[in-house]
Design a protein around this ligand. Structure first.
Ligand code: MLC
Ligand code: AMP
Length: 466
């Protein structure tokens, strides 16, 4: 695709802009080819996914070399980073754009095996090869590597290009992190797949979105709600073609404010790291607040509802699904029903008349979405329990007007402050996994089986002891 873009849009000096620096397709391809040549034969490469042209070049270089790429959250604490590197077996690389090549980071393991043959920089991508391994949290334990093939990614991007009428005429604008599906797969690979210009704003601030002058904008609901609260910035988006929200539920009042300020009814789409984007509203179609549209072409969905109930778990199949959790066949098997449908863990309802889906909530309170980040309660609880002064910990997501949910930790501990515990978590895990609030309690309420009763933590009974 990049080679074709170089021919068709060779004059675009600002084909890809990230955090204020631009590259043409030719420059990007040159840098990516240099990376590909350097890493050929490596088992997997890990890239510290800062918001930078280097990250784009590294990911594209890995794709060219057919080496699976593992984006590392730049703010990940040492424990999280170590886990990801060990679990994936990836070699960390650093990309030097000026010299257009990658360095295998000191101290990392040597290439595990040489699988690439011939000129890695030009070899065609075998679509069933793992292309990306994205680490994401489950309800318990450390993050798991979600293995995505090039075939799944291209199927998803092509389906999205169709339903959003996304083309080389567009300028895509966003400022999302480059280590998740939203910012990386849609926000970078989507731009390269469709040939749209990309402006990554570094941070997703209302002012930066307003100044970028794009036709297509991506954001998580927190970003949209901050834009809706900045009327001047919002008004600057009136000239765009399409505003797209995803990664968490867009509150209806934010939808209505955006419509009033920008003249656009934002399109919502629904997805997961494991499935990529599977359900979406259509450009030019009818869009209702609180709904995420209909399945993309090729995706089938069903609602596993109890008899007589209208809501139930959303399950799906299709070509955009992952091939499994890296090295965890049991977890992969557990993610599917006996008849082969992927269990999203999201509770949904379907409008029988037009097939429009509505996401009602999550089946488990242990999967939290804060600012669009997916956070497993268990991972944060384990980090807190590693602190010598903490004897019990229960982490919950509390409704929050800005973040959707905010992380609150209930702990049983002596001789330590909430701020110390928050810092302790940040030293182990990514920054956004820090609890926003720590409440000290005498005991975590449990049922007869010893399982924490987290819903009780949010009642007045526990509110009083904060
Ligand atoms: C945060 N801060 C804290 C804190 N948490 N300080 C103390 N204690 C804590 N617990 C700090 C931050 O570091 C920051 O500092 C400041 O407070 C403001 O933080 P914030 O409110 O979190 O805002 P911000 O950093 O601007 O983050 C909001 C956001 C971010 C929306 C920009 O959450 C974000 O980028 N979300 C996107 C997540 C995403 O892409 N998800 C997609 C997953 S893929 P300072 O000093 O830095 O200002 C997926 C599939 C799909 O879901 O469907 O798309
Ligand atoms: P992640 O794996 O980070 O991609 O998170 C996936 C989860 O994000 C899904 O299981 C949903 O709970 C949530 N999600 C994504 N898009 C939406 C949306 N449009 N509305 C509600 N929830 C969403």
């Amino acid at each position: 695709m990049l080679t074709a873009l170089t021919g068709a849009y060779g004059d675009r000096a600002d084909a890809v802009t990230v955090a204020g620096r631009s590259a043409s397709y030719e420059e990007l391809l040159g840098a990516a080819r240099a990376v590909a040549a350097d890493i050929a034969g490596t088992r997997a490469v890990a890239v510290t996914a800062t918001a930078s042209l280097e990250t784009v070049a590294a990911v594209v270089g890995a794709l060219l070399a057919r080496v699976p790429c593992v984006p590392l959250p730049p703010d990940a604490g040492p424990a999280e980073r170590e886990h990801i590197l060990r679990d994936s077996g990836a070699t960390r690389i650093e990309v030097d754009l000026a010299r257009k090549h990658a360095t295998l980071a000191a101290g990392s393991t040597a290439p595990a095996f040489a699988s690439a043959t011939g000129d890695a920089s030009t070899s065609a991508y075998a679509s069933e090869d793992p292309a990306l391994i994205l680490y994401t949290s489950g309800t318990t334990g450390p993050p798991k590597g979600v293995v995505l093939t090039a075939a799944a990614i291209t199927a998803d991007l092509d389906a999205l290009a169709g339903v959003w009428q996304w083309s080389a005429e567009d300028t895509l604008v966003h400022g999302l992190p480059l280590f998740h599906v939203h910012g990386l797969v849609l926000g970078v690979l989507g731009a390269l797949r469709t040939g749209s210009r990309l402006v990554h704003t570094g941070r997703p601030t209302p002012e930066a979105y307003a100044a970028a002058g794009g036709s297509l904008y991506f954001g998580v609901p927190t970003v949209w709600s901050r834009i809706a609260a900045a009327p001047e910035a919002a008004a600057a988006l009136a000239g765009a073609r399409l505003l797209v929200s995803g990664s968490a539920a867009l509150p209806a009042p934010v939808f209505r404010d955006l419509e009033a300020l920008t003249g656009h009814r934002p399109v919502e789409r629904y997805g997961m790291t494991e499935t990529l984007i599977t359900v979406s509203g259509r450009a030019g179609g009818e869009v209702r607040p609180g709904t995420v549209g209909t399945p993309l072409p090729g995706i089938r969905t069903r609602i596993a509802a109890e008899p007589g109930a209208e809501i139930g778990e959303l399950q799906l199949t299709g070509p955009t699904l992952f091939t499994g959790y890296l090295g965890r066949p049991e977890a992969t098997a557990a993610a599917y029903t006996d008849d082969g449908w992927f269990r999203t863990g999201d509770i949904a309802a379907l409008d029988e008349a037009d097939g429009v889906h509505r996401i009602v909530g999550r089946a488990s309170t242990d999967m939290i979405k804060s600012g669009g980040y997916r956070i497993g309660a268990g991972e944060v609880e384990n980090a807190l329990l590693d602190h010598p002064r903490v004897s019990e910990a229960a982490v919950v997501g509390v409704p929050d007007p800005d973040l959707g949910q905010r992380l609150v930790a209930f702990v049983v501990a002596e001789g330590v402050t909430g701020a110390e515990l928050t810092d302790f978590v940040a030293a182990h895990l990514s920054v956004h996994k820090r609890p926003r609030e720590v409440r000290f309690i005498t005991a975590v309420p449990r049922n007869a089986m010893g399982k924490p009763q987290k819903k009780r933590l949010l009642t007045d009974e526990f509110e009083e002891r904060t």
